[in-house]
Design a protein around this ligand. Structure first.
Ligand code: FCB
Length: 469
């Protein structure tokens, strides 16, 4: 299988476009109780019987806390422009409030400086799900005080790193934290109550808006934004019941977050649907949430198909499935981006996560992960299709730099373009990483000298002359 040339159809490409790889703290760092780090809700959750598929936890993960220098070399070797990572809140401020942990702060300081020395832009995420457990004991995100603790945390980190990181994301995927953490309970903290989940979603959004306001007031120059997990929702059939349910599911996933961020209001139909489970909203909250942002991150993996009969079986579509059981559906990314651009006044967009879990075979020091390469190439091409339809994109980041702790799936699902042997902690570039590196090398060569583009051989396809925007 030869991957498509993802830039085959490009009309023009923005000069400031950033290519990257992404990770998150809990999934790679390990060192769960070292150097003064406090427990997060994920440390606690992993201890509950039966919640993690392989019974594992994040105690060691990829030992990135110890191996960070080597990992930064690996990132630099890929030739990416940016690295998206997250800060572990309980590592820098163990109880979520009170004393800061100097060792934790030093770690991220070294990491950021190490990226800059290697010419890689740091893209920092403040909250990739690992809330300090002590705050959960006081009610966690369901408790309005946590909003203010988060703003303090954001200000503290920006004070340390705001002069050096290109970008600060407040939250990664508020929908996942709210709904999987508090409605279905399959993620930390494992609560199962819709009303709580909706209150959590409101507090996450509010803390985002207040943090952006505070960082702006503090004069932080990094680009400020938020990352949402989004999918186009499609009805399983033309039946009215499926269409109606699709509207609500789209409302809960996309409009519930996009409307307050860009229109300062929750969608009325979802409010009505929620009834008594709708969140309590104080005066001024909606205005704060709609504080303008410099970018919006979109994490895209698959589409959603909605049936009024119950859960949709992804096997029935006949599409290729990843190891997560998710349909490979790149055209959904184009559809999603074009629709967002039509319905909202958007800041520049980034694909902050995109990638696939596949069953890899490590043989003779190689991983021939053709399906992952194909997945990534087709999704970049789908993003380009959206750009050709007028969507302003400024970056694309692969999920993930390396295999890591995949939340409730433990270590069984591998998303990395770099293979990790969890016994030896040896990292090996999979074929997808080699492909990404080569893709970036060619693309950058083309951008520098477009006149020579026809001399660059793309897998069986004529090269395209790129015109810088
Ligand atoms: C996203 C998460 C990320 C990773 C991918 C597969 O929802 O943000 O940490 O688990 O899914």
């Amino acid at each position: 299988m030869t991957p498509v040339n993802p830039l085959k159809n490009i009309k023009k490409f923005p000069d400031n476009f950033v290519w990257g790889v992404a990770t998150s703290a809990f999934q790679i760092e390990g060192a769960a109780a070292e150097d003064g780090k406090g427990p997060s809700i994920w440390d606690t959750f992993c201890r509950l019987p039966g919640v993690i598929a392989d019974g594992s936890n994040g105690d060691d993960a990829c030992q990135h806390y110890r191996m960070w220098e080597q990992d930064l070399d690996l990132i630099a070797d890929l030739g990416v422009d940016a690295y998206r990572f997250s800060v572990s809140w309980p590592r820098v401020r163990p109880g979520g409030a009170g004393k800061w942990n100097q060792h934790g702060l030093d770690f991220y300081e070294k990491l950021v400086d190490g990226l800059l020395v290697r010419g890689i832009q740091p893209y920092l995420t403040l909250n990739h799900w690992d809330l300090p457990d002590e705050l959960q004991q006081q009610g966690g995100w369901a408790h309005r005080d946590t909003v203010h603790r988060f703003v303090e945390y954001a200000r503290g980190m920006a004070k340390r790193l705001g002069d050096r990181v290109a970008s600060i994301t407040t939250h990664n995927e508020p929908w996942v934290m709210a709904m999987l953490g508090h409605e279905s309970g399959i993620f930390a903290p494992g609560i199962k109550d819709r009303g709580t989940a909706m209150q959590v979603s409101h507090h996450l959004l509010l803390s985002h808006g207040l943090a952006v306001q505070a960082l702006r007031a503090d004069g932080v120059s990094s680009k400020l934004g938020i990352v949402l997990n989004l999918s186009p929702m499609q009805p399983a059939s033309a039946a009215q019941a499926d269409i109606d349910k699709t509207r609500i599911e789209d409302g809960c996933l996309l409009r519930w977050y996009m409307d307050p961020l860009f229109k300062a209001a929750y969608p009325a139909d979802v409010m009505e649907y929620l009834g008594k489970d709708a969140p309590a909203i104080a005066a001024g909250d909606m205005h704060a949430i709609a504080e303008p942002i410099d970018f919006l991150g979109v994490n895209y993996y698959t589409r959603g198909v909605v049936s009024a009969q119950g859960a949709w079986d992804s096997k029935s579509s006949g599409l290729e499935l990843t190891d997560m059981g998710w349909e490979v559906y790149p055209e959904g990314l184009t559809e999603l981006l074009v629709r967002m651009n039509r319905d909202y006044e958007l800041p520049p967009l980034y694909i902050t996560e995109n990638g696939g879990a596949f069953k890899d075979r490590f043989e003779d020091g190689r991983v021939h992960d053709v399906r992952r390469t194909d997945y990534i190439a087709r999704h970049i091409a789908a993003m380009v299709d959206a750009m050709n339809q007028g969507v302003r994109m400024e970056g694309y980041m692969v999920w993930s730099l390396m295999d890591n702790f995949e939340w409730a799936s433990g270590y069984e699902k591998r998303f990395g373009i770099v293979h990790v042997d969890y016994h030896t902690q040896v990292r090996t570039l999979k074929d997808s990483a080699l492909w990404y590196r080569e893709f970036l090398r060619k693309h950058k060569a083309e951008r520098k000298t477009p006149a020579k583009a026809d001399q660059i051989a793309w897998a069986n396809e004529p090269a395209t002359v790129l015109t810088g925007a």
